[in-house]
Write a protein that binds this ligand. Structure first.
Ligand SMILES: [Zn+2]
Length: 123
C-alpha cells in the first residue's frame, strides 16, 4: 500500500466515523425527546425506559470507540506526513499490508499488538 492509498483509506475511515457520530447524535437527540415524553406521560412503562437506557449506554460506548479511532486516524495521518507510517512503533519493522488494509491506523505489527494486549490484560 503506498502513501496515497493509505491516505485514501484513512479518509474513508474518517468519513465512516463521522457518519457514526452523526447517527449517534441523531439517536441520542431522539432518545432524549422520547425520555422527555415518557416522563411527562402519565402511564410509564419501566421496561421501555430500561431498554432506552441500555440503548443510550450502548450508543455512548460506540461513540467513545469511534472517537478513539478518529484520534488514531489523525495520528496515522501525521505518521504518513513524517514518513513513519506502516512501521511498528515497538519493533520498527514494517506492518503487513494485510493488517494495514484491515486497520489503516495500526501502530504496531500483529505480534507486538498481541504482546501489548497480553501485558495490558496481565495487570
Ligand atoms: Zn512490532
Amino acid at each position: 500500500m503506498d502513501k496515497e492509498q493509505a491516505r485514501a483509506r484513512l479518509l474513508d475511515e474518517q468519513t465512516r466515523l463521522e457518519g457514526v457520530f452523526a447517527a449517534a447524535s441523531r439517536l441520542s437527540a431522539g432518545a432524549a425527546e422520547a425520555a422527555q415524553r415518557e416522563l411527562s406521560s402519565a402511564d410509564q412503562h419501566p421496561a421501555e425506559l430500561a431498554t432506552e437506557t441500555i440503548e443510550r449506554e450502548l450508543d455512548q460506548s460506540v461513540v467513545h470507540a469511534a472517537k478513539a479511532e478518529m484520534l488514531e486516524c489523525d495520528a496515522a495521518m501525521q505518521r504518513l506526513d513524517s514518513g513513519r507510517y506502516g512501521v511498528c512503533e515497538e519493533c520498527g519493522k514494517p506492518i503487513s499490508e494485510e493488517r494495514l488494509e484491515a486497520l489503516p491506523f495500526a501502530r504496531y505489527c500483529l505480534e507486538d499488538q498481541s504482546k501489548l494486549a497480553r501485558r495490558r490484560n496481565g495487570r
